[in-house]
Design a protein around this ligand. Sequence first.
Ligand code: HXC
Ligand code: NAP
Length: 285
Amino acid sequence: MGIFQEQLLEGKIILVTGGGTGLGLAMGSRFLELGAKLAICGRREEILRQAAAGLEKRNGSPVFYKTCDVRDPEQVRELVEAVERHYGGVDVLVNNAAGNFISPTERLSPRAVDAVLGIVLHGTFYMTLEVGKRWVEQKRKGVMLNIVTTYALTGSGYVAPSAAAKAGVLALTRSLAVEWAPYGIRQAAIAPGVFPTEGAGSRLSPTPELEAKMMARLPLGRTGSPGELADLAAFLVSDAAAYINGEVITVDGAEWLRGAGQFNDLAELSREEWDRLTELTRKGK
Ligand code: HXC
Ligand code: NAP
């Protein structure tokens, strides 16, 4: 069911990093449906080519793609230049590219830390700088949407580099919301909970046991669907969200709150156990 006016993003030029797979691909697809012109990047050319072909087949609009490692400022410059040449500018930047894997922190090498911080924090910052400087110079208004995580706010063991990097991206979002508002540049972030994608699944819950553990934490009993995230993204980058600036919107079915509430594990108790407990707690009055 489409919830938006058909041409909500008509003519907007949107660049999605990591747009060839997973949630980046789902967002790109929704943007196209709503009339946007789409550019995607990632490190693997064949993945991008296939993604662009699939999107074009589904939506009828061609998609611009170019390989780019967001950890390299020179490649970032070449990417943004190429998108500007192709479409005549950029209106929306979606910083979606990420790297992550579970590991006890004491097992990480400095290179492993750099791999994640490089993609998530430095890559996002380089993209933001490259696009932002151009917008300021061109007096062009724009929107930046950063995809973070719920543990950007809470931290999380076993994904410490990702947590640190995403927290940094959130701080960047909030910093620039104020600093660049006078230029007409708006910032927003999405904190997704669990959305099944090949990239996340293979690195974060690579066994059926870990996947089952993850599922057991979900209050709604299901993961998010990429379309649900894409709808939120479409709203946030559209003019309908013009007064939302510097906010992070969580879309996780209350998964992080499930971990935060001290008594939430009592959901496991049976009716009989509750009958017994009620007797005991009444006695305590
Ligand atoms: C420990 C690891 C490791 C692992 C790599 N390394 N994987 N260490 N455990 N599982 C170490 C390597 O040994 C090496 O260090 C260093 O990290 C760099 O590894 P490379 O393979 O050379 O890195 P690179 O090719 O740059 O790949 C980056 C990557 C990879 C992050 C390691 O996983 C990747 O390309 N990821 C991109 C896609 C992705 O991660 N998607 C998931 C996003 S999901 P040494 O010292 O040995 O040389 C997400 C969801 C969050 O963010 C929330 C979920 C609920
Ligand atoms: P994904 O499919 O693995 O997406 C990551 C994308 O980033 C890939 O297309 C990858 O392409 C690209 N990328 C990685 N390193 C890059 C680099 N150095 N330069 C350019 N592109 C790079 O995983 P996903 O689940 O869709 O994740 C998308 C976003 O959602 C990420 O920001 C992630 O942290 C966030 N998120 C996801 C979940 C979830 O449950 N899925 C939950 C919370 C947050 P290449 O490998 O070809 O470069």
